[in-house]
Design a binder for this molecule. Structure first.
Ligand SMILES: [Zn+2]
Length: 150
């Protein structure tokens, strides 16, 4: 059975995922497919597991530390007012992955989670152009680099 997240990780390993930003110890950083919320980033767990408590303790600690570091980089790269974090599962494996949204006042019709946007979140008009994607990746990678070196 196919896992949508494992499938994307395989594409990264083959050099065929244009959204790929950086490999971490426990996961892969990618720009979110649709940029209705500019700077939206996803952190894919290297383990095809559904829950944090199924991870080995050391791996879990490192996964959470790295997620926090990625979120900090997103915050800095896209000047967020507030980060939103969601750990979801998708596909046959319900493979966990973090959705990291850099939020700004007024970026949704009402204050609150992005889910209020419904299918607007995935409208084709929010797919980044290749140039926009390169810019998003470069900004995020520059902030990640600073935090990793610190
Ligand atoms: Zn998987």
């Amino acid at each position: 059975m196919e896992c949508l997240v494992c499938d994307r990780i395989e594409k990264i390993k083959r050099g065929e995922n244009p959204y790929f930003v950086r490999e971490m110890n426990t996961g892969y950083v990618v720009i979110g497919d649709h940029q209705r919320i500019p700077g939206y980033t996803v952190f894919l767990c290297k383990e095809c597991a559904t829950e944090l408590h199924y991870l080995a303790p050391d791996f879990r600690q490192e996964f959470l530390r790295e997620m926090s570091l990625v979120a900090e980089a997103v915050h800095k790269a896209f000047n967020a007012d507030k980060m939103n974090y969601a750990l979801l599962g998708v596909g046959s494996g319900l493979h966990m992955h973090w959705h990291l949204y850099p939020r700004h006042a007024g970026d949704t019709p009402k204050p609150g989670p992005v889910w209020q946007l419904g299918k607007e979140l995935h409208e084709p008009e929010y797919l980044p152009t290749p140039e926009q994607l390169e810019e998003l990746k470069a900004k995020l990678n520059a902030e990640l680099e600073k935090l990793i070196e610190a």
